[in-house]
Design a protein around this ligand. Structure first.
Ligand code: 5AD
Ligand code: SF4
Length: 464
């Protein structure tokens, strides 16, 4: 694997500067997961480094970039719909550059479709093209021709990329890229390539920088953070990395995602228990409660092993909460399989569930499995799952009333004059407060709840 360092492309910047009378504006929109959102922040950083300004409105843009997601078909359809809507803008302004990048652009059939049916899309590149973006734009401007890259895999990590972060108090920090798991339903290993861990010293330097800039919540990202460290020169696992980061002094909390249950170790649980900076909440996607389906998905754990880990965490980390991803309607899912998922969520009692109806992804192994269940049946199962989850979570949320908790104030609440704060366990509380609290820790006394949303008030201890 190659370790590269970003360098400013002065030549491309001067081509771009010569082409426009005033600094050109770029509109960048990211779809999908946090990894992709973080890529979008880097795209903005690279564009600023090359002489672009950033705008929040497509009408003002000289360059429109959609940083796309491929995980489910619905995400892809949305992108095609949104790109189609740009055709009119391009007719009004033929100099407008429209680009598609990210996970969708890593699939050959998508690039072919863009080439054949979307002639007004000028720029296409995959997940590893961000550092080369200035050169691509320069080429597009100089040659006046579309620049569409065929999907390719680049076994590299590029450090010191410029970045324009969306938030001043919450940051994403990728610790690894790619995925080697090949769960049978998932497109990610095909689009994001092989697993590559960043060196601990690079992660630590970025982490220190974030803490020194006052970031309060840092979320470590990877498709499977628990396999961090494979292939590094010096042996180090994810728990070692967490312990290293927690040596940095400051007022911050660390979250991480995603933890694959097959590699979530007791050492990791012990680390979460021991370190005050680590949130006492674990996102541990189970996908299904049926051992038969877990095997079909090649998840490499059983329900019993999963429950064992949850039990160990509950014993070691007082008050720990869990969230999970679940796929409904995997090919061949029977009523019994689905019932096993309902049984599992009753046993674990997740605070939050992220649920998805199975989406067939071309090129994956599950796409070739027989899938006789109708969409209507899958949708009905999803409905049952959501109702069962609400019946579990709402009383758990309501039972928190009376506690005083530290929250990170993150945004204005829905009701005027209120603020939303996020708890350690990822729940949100709405409380009366001023905008200037946003980005700070606040102690909040929980007074009640509406569905999954807590309500509260600033605790007296804050007012002194
Ligand atoms: N269909 C539906 N859901 C999927 N996920 C991944 N691939 C698919 C698919 N083909 C879900 C998984 C994963 C989450 C990020 O997206 O639950 O954990
Ligand atoms: Fe993220 Fe996966 Fe979607 Fe790519 S396909 S944006 S890695 S969720």
């Amino acid at each position: 694997m190659e370790n590269l360092t970003y360098t400013h492309n002065a030549e491309a910047a001067s081509v771009i500067a010569r082409f426009y009378d005033s600094p050109p504006m770029a509109y960048v929109h990211s779809y999908g997961c946090q990894q992709n959102v973080n890529d979008g922040e880097k795209i903005r950083g690279v564009l600023l480094d090359t002489g672009f300004g950033i705008c929040e409105n497509v009408e003002q843009a000289d360059l429109i970039l959609f940083n796309t997601c491929a995980v489910r078909e619905h995400a892809e359809q949305r992108v095609f719909g949104n790109v189609g809507a740009l055709k009119k803008l391009k007719e009004k302004n033929p100099r407008l550059i429209i680009g598609i990048c990210g996970c969708m652009a890593q699939q050959k059939h998508i690039v072919e479709k863009l080439r054949a049916s979307y002639p007004y899309v000028d720029l296409v590149f995959g997940v590893d093209g961000i550092d080369r973006l200035p050169a691509m734009i320069a080429q597009r401007l100089q040659k006046g021709r579309r620049y569409l890259e065929d999907p390719r895999e680049r076994n590299a990590v590029v450090e010191e990329m410029p970045i324009r972060r969306d938030s001043g108090f919450r940051a994403w920090l990728p610790i690894m890229y790619g995925c080697d798991n090949f769960c049978t339903y998932c497109i990610v290993p095909y689009v994001r390539g092989r697993e590559r861990s960043r060196k601990p010293e690079h992660i630590l330097a970025e982490f220190r920088d974030l803490v020194s800039k006052g970031y309060k919540e840092i979320t470590l990202l990877g498709q499977n953070v628990n396999s961090y460290g494979k292939g590094l020169e010096e042996p180090m696992d994810f728990s070692d990395l967490l312990n290293l980061l927690c040596t940095v002094p400051g007022e911050y909390q660390i979250r991480f995602m995603t933890s694959h249950p097959k590699d979530a170790s007791r050492k990791l649980i012990d680390t979460i228990a021991a370190q005050d900076h680590l949130c006492k909440h674990i996102h541990l996607p189970v996908q299904s409660g049926s051992n038969r389906l877990l095997q079909q998905m090649t998840r490499h754990y059983t329900v019993e092993q999963y429950l064992d880990l949850v039990g160990y965490a509950r014993q070691k980390i007082p008050g720990v909460t869990f969230s999970s991803d679940i796929i409904v309607g995997f090919p061949g899912e029977t009523e019994d399989d689905f019932q096993a998922t309902l049984d599992l969520i009753e046993k674990v009692r997740y605070m939050q569930l992220f649920t998805f109806i199975y989406s067939k992804r071309e090129g994956t192994r599950a796409a070739r499995m027989p899938d006789p269940t109708t969409h209507a049946e899958k949708a009905a199962r999803m409905d049952r799952l959501l109702k069962a989850q609400d019946a579990i979570a709402f009383p758990m949320v309501a039972a928190m009333a009376g506690q005083t908790v530290r929250v990170l104030a993150e945004a204005a609440g829905r009701n005027p004059g209120t603020i939303n704060g996020r708890l350690d366990n990822n729940l949100v509380v709405e409380f009366p407060g001023q905008q200037d609290l946003i980005g700070q820790y606040v102690n909040v006394r929980l007074t009640g709840s509406r569905a999954a949303l807590l309500t509260g008030e600033v605790a007296q201890s804050n007012r002194t």
